[in-house]
Write a protein that binds this ligand. Structure first.
Ligand code: PRT
Ligand code: ZN
Length: 283
């Protein structure tokens, strides 16, 4: 049995539940329940506040957890990062009022910086030899300069619209963060076995998200060029069409390279291109 802590309600909850569900793990989440038991996998799910997750994992109350790197590194606790999960992406940044002409870090000397991340901000300032005054506040950090509480802030940014609507601009990125699967450093053999299975499933799901399955028709003469564009996992599948001189090619492409490759495939003579999502890639 493995105990996993995930965020009860917030920005990481839906993606965490979706990931477990894509791993084939079935459970029902009642709104007021603190935990749930998976029906078809030896997993107990604990629903907690994200800030508490690293501590519970470090103490062994939970074996593993899903939490943002920002929260994990702010606690400074000794837990292991087992997988990066690719969602909950954001950055922890220092922002200053629009009116400030910001060109270099030394401008932050002796400034008051409001943040909920005193540890990460402190480490960043120390590393760069800047002495500033860190003003710890627990929420609504972005309003601090406007009400005269601080000269700058250090907070999470994703789209940047919160900064814009508060008359602030990003000056320094101090951490790039995403959700990670963390684990206790002293798991039992049984828990390690279940974690290995869970990690394998997670990697298969995440790999699938990075790739698309692609099918296309092409004249036989174009197959060498198209094959060089579509390396696939091993190499593309090539099957003859009923029409002489034509073949169908099946392969996978990385999501990131997708549009560029499609353009080059069409130039090479590919027709009837179909692109399908991949649920999992098992390697
Ligand atoms: O109740 P609980 O303590 O569990 O939740 P919480 O309110 O502390 O956290 P929550 O749900 O807001 O965020 C959970 C995690 O999501 C964070 O720890 C990050 O790892 C991740 N994440 C990703 C974000 C953002 N993006 C984000 N944009 N967390 C917060 N924000 C906030 C930010 O603080 C700022 O107020 O969104 C605002 C900025 O967003 P933009 O899009 O306007 O730039
Ligand atoms: Zn929180």
């Amino acid at each position: 049995m493995l105990k996993i802590a995930i965020q009860k309600k917030g920005r990481l909850s839906d993606d965490s539940i979706e990931l477990l569900s894509q791993c084939g793990i079935r459970f029902s989440k009642a709104d007021n329940k603190l935990k749930a038991q998976a029906w078809n996998f030896p997993l107990e799910i604990l629903f907690l506040r994200d800030d508490d997750i690293p501590g519970y994992v470090a103490d062994g109350v939970a074996d593993v957890g899903i939490v943002g790197e920002n929260v994990l590194y702010e606690t400074g606790l000794a837990v292991q990062v087992a997988e990066k999960l690719g969602f909950g992406k954001c950055r922890l940044s220092i922002a200053v009022p629009n009116a400030v002409e910001y060109t270099q870090l030394s401008q932050l000397k002796d400034q008051r910086i409001a943040t909920s991340y005193p540890r990460l901000l402190g480490a960043f300032l120390q590393k760069n030899g800047i002495e500033a005054r860190i003003h710890e506040i627990s929420g609504s950090v972005e309003i601090a300069p406007g009400i005269g509480l601080a000269d700058a802030i250090c907070d999470l940014v994703s789209s940047g619209s919160t900064l814009i609507s508060n008359g602030l601009k990003e000056a320094e990125v101090i951490l790039k963060s995403e959700a990670v699967l963390i684990c206790n450093t002293q798991l039992s053999t049984e828990a390690q076995r279940v974690l290995a299975d869970l990690s394998f499933r997670i990697r298969s799901v995440l790999q699938g998200r990075n790739y698309k399955y692609i099918l296309l028709n092409a004249p036989d003469a174009a197959i060498p060029t198209i094959t060089s564009l579509l390396p696939g996992i091993k190499s593309p599948t090539v099957m003859p069409l009923r029409e002489p001189g034509w073949s169908s090619l099946h392969s996978v492409v990385q999501e990131n390279d997708f549009w560029e490759i499609i353009g080059r495939l069409r130039e090479a003579g590919a027709e009837g291109i179909l692109v399908l999502p991949i649920e999992k890639i098992i390697q």
